[in-house]
Design a protein around this ligand. Structure first.
Ligand code: OOG
Ligand code: NI
Length: 268
């Protein structure tokens, strides 16, 4: 698949789960902007059958390479970011994984059981990012046990493999000059921002400023009952130039740590 085909398919699936993202994109477009993506993100468990490197397969095949790695001690996560080697307009890709062996035996057994239940076809690396939840209809009891240890683990149990967020490249918006302006516009239009660690994560000195809306909530049919659970969210990024004049292209672990919380049920 070409880069365009990959991101078109991902966007279609993402906006079905995240109606707010399409609404926000339309608001920008109606004001005369063309919306470009800064990056798209994915989550996974660190099991060798589905880890970051496996999820990265379609991107590597389309010409991406690994560019940076990040560790999140408290949340027990590890992440890598990828960039296209030649197409500078292709969005960056950010993939994180849960360090399962730092959690309870029960959590580790649950994750192993879910992945053991998948077929070879389910596990096709070229397709995994498009597949969503591949395992059992979720159990609310299992969900709550995972959530007690990790919001990320519980979110992934329900939502599966999918683009967790797209990110608007604020530098390329014609009618906005700063992330502050974007945030005010979103709030005027009734969207709720993730305020964990402040509405804007990162500073001009860190060369990357980021904000995000809280994740949408969608009804999930658990085995026991139907509940509204967070799906995905939309992020906004403004990059500053480095000494050589080029825009900074990496991520900031301290900011990312708070952006992850956009899907936390506790913030809703
Ligand atoms: C990823 C959170 C981090 C960023 O841009 O720093 C991130 C996630 O929520 O899966 O996207
Ligand atoms: Ni992001």
């Amino acid at each position: 698949m070409t880069t365009t085909q990959i991101f078109d398919k991902l966007w279609n699936e993402y906006t079905e789960r995240t109606p707010s993202a399409q609404k926000i994109k339309d608001l920008f477009t109606n004001k005369g902007n063309t919306v470009y993506n800064d990056h798209v993100a994915f989550r996974t468990y660190d099991d060798a059958r589905v880890n970051i490197d496996v999820l990265a397969t379609p991107f590597i095949e389309a010409g991406y390479e690994e560019c940076g790695e990040y560790t999140f001690e408290a949340k027990k996560l590890y992440a890598k970011h990828f960039e296209h080697t030649t197409d500078k307009n292709a969005p960056r890709v950010f993939i994180s994984q849960l360090k399962t062996n730092e959690f309870s035996d029960e959590l580790q057994a649950t994750v192993k059981r879910l992945i053991d239940g998948l077929s070879e076809e389910d596990l096709n690396p070229a397709e995994l990012v498009f597949k969503g939840r591949l395992w059992e209809q979720p159990s609310f009891e299992v969900y709550e046990k995972l959530q007690a240890e990790s919001e990320y683990a519980a979110w992934l149990y329900v939502n599966g493999f999918c683009s967790n967020h797209f990110t608007v490249d604020v530098n390329k918006l014609d009618t906005f000059d700063s992330l502050q302006e974007v945030n005010e516009f979103l709030k005027e239009n009734g969207f709720k921002m993730n305020t964990s660690g402040g509405e804007i994560k990162g500073t001009p000195e860190q060369l990357l400023e980021q904000s995000s809306v809280l994740a949408d909530r969608i009804p999930v049919a658990f085995q026991e009952t139907t509940k509204e659970i967070t799906s995905c969210y939309y992020e906004f990024a403004f990059r500053h130039p480095m000494h050589n004049g080029e825009l900074y292209s990496g991520f900031i672990a301290g900011s990312a740590d708070k952006i992850f919380e956009s899907t936390d049920m506790k913030l809703q």
